[in-house]
Ligand binder design. Structure first.
Ligand code: SF4
Ligand code: SF4
Length: 463
């Protein structure tokens, strides 16, 4: 190493060499029961991700995130722009579910279900092994890889990235729109095409170059592990009591005393198989995504040696200390309680939702003016949201104060299916209803089937 480079005082990142350059990882594949189970889960999840944009509930997409219209359809329910409270409760519920699952099962999401792990370990990495790895085992190639193999690998990566980008886009625009655009020239829809091209490039960069760095340095969920886990959460751990002192088994020479060794033969297989390049024998680390490859690797070694399995296994910090871990602990009680509260609030708001929303607010500009007949004029806006699939027409009338009238600038208050529109309205109120420059207005907005009462504070002259 160059003299001008300072030696780090401690180990910094598993993917950094001492001089700060990237240590490229080519983890060896370790076959075993856990890999087989993860493979089944991964391919099921890939199928779900691919098929979901095609699925519908009651004629609506299962999931459609229509950002330009600000409408999110999730499992048959459409959140409109006026459903901020419902959407906020849904998102908080989702976050609490993640917190609860992490408290119980640790980073099971990272190792088994995160798209980064699923596509990296079960799509992109197998393709790399196919073209460049030592046959069937992965790890570094024994001889230089022919150039055509690398080109073929990136060509397949590119095709898969295009498929992923298009599937991703389908969640935002729907499969029907996507199908139309795929058949048309990109110039007829340049913005979505550029988004698709950007996502394709992002996938290529992520799965070809960035790889485990996403989990180690970029993913916020990974960063939050230290607060989301507790002593009883499920982790992948090395059984130090059984494994140490580690060492390679040596034949006993006559007269020589051999040290008593633990079960770890220091073969390093748990390290060379790790997709984030760490050594699980050093204890719980933030870089561990709980992929269980070290469990499979070590179990293969133990099997060959005829020793008991699970020197590396699912465990918890409390269990490893010999403490009794319980399922019931503060966070596994508080999270479900909060979740139940949010679910009840969500269902209450949802079931009490009317078939239209009406909000009233002030036009920018002068707060009030005087009309020719002496009444006080307030210019307001009425935002109407039609929540049903049929077109509707609304009426608006004043219920208080007496002598007040309302006029709508537009011809009528008509809305198409699930349309949101803002109308300009003018309220004319008698001058004597204003007390200290304020008067309370009560309006009724009605459709053919239901009505809504609105209140608004009018501004007028002080005397
Ligand atoms: S694979 Fe098992 S035996 Fe080999 S170094 Fe890791 S813990 Fe020790
Ligand atoms: S330490 Fe084991 S479980 Fe953790 S990332 Fe590495 S191989 Fe996967």
């Amino acid at each position: 190493m160059s003299d001008s480079i300072l030696e780090p005082e401690e180990h910094v990142l598993s993917t950094l060499d001492a001089d700060g350059s990237r240590r490229w990882l080519k983890p060896k594949l370790s076959k075993g029961g856990l890999l087989m189970s993860r493979r089944i889960v991964a391919y099921l999840l890939i199928a779900v991700f691919t098929v979901t944009p095609f699925l519908k509930i009651a004629g609506k997409p299962l999931i459609l995130l229509d950002i330009p219209k600000r409408e999110f359809t999730l499992f048959g329910f459409t959140f409109l722009p006026t459903d901020t409270v419902l959407l906020a409760m849904f998102m908080v519920g989702l976050l609490l579910t993640v917190f609860l699952l992490t408290a119980l099962f640790g980073r099971i999401w990272c190792g088994w279900a995160c798209p980064q792990t699923v596509y990296m370990e079960f799509v992109y990495r197998p393709i790399e092994r196919l073209f460049e790895g030592t046959a069937g085992r992965g790890g570094k190639s024994k001889k230089a890889v022919a150039g055509w193999r690398t080109i073929a690998k990136y060509a397949v990566y590119f095709l898969i990235s295009i498929y992923l980008a298009n599937t991703f886009l389908a969640y935002f625009i729907g499969v029907e729109q996507l199908g139309q655009w795929v058949r048309q020239s990109p110039f007829s829809h340049p913005v979505p095409f550029l988004i698709m091209a950007f996502v394709t490039c992002a996938m290529m960069f992520d799965f070809s170059v960035f790889r485990e760095q996403l989990c180690i340095i970029a993913c916020p969920y990974g960063r939050f592990q230290s607060v989301l886990l507790d002593q009883n959460s499920l982790i992948v751990a090395y059984d130090e009591n059984r494994g140490e002192p580690r060492g390679k088994a040596r034949k006993k020479k006559a007269g020589a005393d051999l040290p008593v060794l633990g079960d770890c033969v220091d073969c390093g297989n748990c390290v060379t198989t790790c997709p984030t390049g760490i050594d699980i024998r050093q204890g719980l680390q933030m870089e561990c995504i709980n992929c269980t490859q070290c469990i499979d690797a070590c179990n293969l070694v133990m099997e060959k040696l005829g020793r008991a399995q699970n020197l590396i296994r699912y465990s918890s910090q409390a269990h490893d200390r010999g403490a009794k871990g319980g399922l019931l602990r503060p966070r596994t009680i508080i999270y479900p309680l909060l979740l139940t509260g949010i679910a009840i609030a969500f269902l209450t708001v949802l079931t009490n939702k009317k078939t239209f929303d009406a909000i009233i607010f002030r036009e920018p500009g002068v707060p009030h003016t005087l009309a020719d007949d002496g009444r006080v004029r307030n210019l307001l806006r009425l935002k109407l949201t039609n929540r049903v699939e049929e077109p509707r027409t609304f009426t608006i009338t004043v219920t208080s104060p007496e002598g007040t009238s309302v006029e709508v600038s537009e011809a009528d208050l008509s809305l198409g299916p699930r349309e949101v529109q803002t109308f300009h309205i003018m309220v004319l109120a008698p001058r004597d209803v204003f007390v200290r420059g304020r008067a309370d207005l009560e309006l009724k907005v009605e459709s053919e089937t239901e009505s809504r009462d609105l209140r608004y504070r009018l501004i007028g002259p002080n005397s």
